[in-house]
Write a protein that binds this ligand. Structure first.
Ligand code: ZN
Length: 323
């Protein structure tokens, strides 16, 4: 059995071009005119955006290098011995939604015409702009609650397809939408019950805004014959993930600390078994043997430890640029 994805021919309803797409695709994007439509409804055009690439591979590499140099315990000679190795751009698919849910107490008048003030009593209202990754297992490790900026998006251009690894959305946009709306609906309904009891009208004006692609770089550096990887947000330069070499001094500290705690443990082990068996040699050998795996780990860590930084969205307010 092969692992080939079954394809089918799709005809662009706007320019007439024919191209093949995997049968599993929810959306088709024409490589000639850039139009995106649903595969099961080729006549309905879907808004498709791309976020501007403000950091090219050179400036992203500089971001990685500068950010690495800020890490505590990085190798002292990193700046002099680091080299650019490779850069791959990934375009990650996103679904954009506008959640707009409200409950209006019954018996109240709702006026939503322009220039008119709403005089209805709201039982509850929830509005939000929600952006989610439209892919089950993105090949790039993006934090779950990573906040994508809403601004700086432009309409999709097919020329983008040549520049990076273009990932297709695979999740069903309606299923995702229902899941996103659920907590907003629950909140609105509970507020409505508090405000108007059982008498309220539920209004859902939420909409699917469209599909967007968001650029990331995977940058690989070379340092003393080893490779270190980093992930950079190509739109705003945030470093999401970073591997860096740890300084000899830091590694030595780790090794001494590791051996110290292993020795303490084996001395205690020896003492305990000596009190039980009264055979000092047997007890010392036993104590030393229990220390071996720990020692191996400590030495292994010493010889190859790589520091890893992972971006945490909760720290975003402190470190990230304003979006
Ligand atoms: Zn087309």
């Amino acid at each position: 059995m092969g692992t080939r994805v079954e394809e089918k021919v799709f005809r662009c309803s706007f320019c007439g071009a024919e191209f093949s797409i995997p049968k599993t695709f929810v959306y088709a994007t024409c490589p000639y005119c850039g139009t995106t439509t649903r595969v099961d409804n080729p006549d309905a055009k879907v808004d498709h955006f791309i976020f501007a690439i403000n950091y090219d591979k050179n400036s992203s590499y500089r971001r990685v290098k500068d950010f690495a140099l800020m890490q505590v315990g990085i190798a002292e000679d990193f700046n002099d011995n680091v080299d650019f190795d490779s850069a791959y751009q990934y375009l990650v698919p996103l679904y954009i939604y506008e959640v707009d849910i409200k409950a209006v107490c019954r018996g109240e008048v709702e006026k939503i015409e322009e220039n008119e003030v709403e005089i209805s009593i709201h039982g509850g209202e929830e509005a939000a702009h929600v952006v989610v990754i439209a892919l089950e297992n993105p090949p790039i490790d993006i934090p779950k609650d990573y906040s994508f900026p809403a601004k700086n998006r432009i309409y999709f251009k097919p020329s983008i397809l040549r520049e990076g690894v273009y990932l297709n959305p695979s999740l069903d946009p309606e299923t995702v939408f229902e899941k996103i709306k659920r907590p907003y609906i629950e909140k609105t309904l509970s507020e409505a019950e508090t405000a108007c009891g059982k008498k309220y009208r539920f209004v859902d004006n939420s909409r699917f805004v469209g599909l967007a692609h968001y650029p990331f770089w995977i940058i690989t550096c070379n340092y003393r014959g080893r490779k270190y990887r980093a992930i950079v947000d190509a739109a705003d330069g945030t470093v999401l993930y970073l591997e860096y070499p740890i300084s000899f001094k830091q590694r030595l500290k780790g090794l001494v600390g590791g051996i110290g705690s292993i020795l303490t443990a084996s001395i205690i082990g020896t003492a305990i078994s000596y009190t039980l068996s009264s055979n000092i040699i047997y007890s010392a050998v036993g104590g030393a043997l229990t220390a071996l795996p720990g020692l191996a780990i400590a030495i292994n860590k010493f010889s190859r430890s790589k520091g890893v930084y992972r971006y945490k969205p909760s720290e975003e307010a402190v470190f990230a640029p304003i979006r």
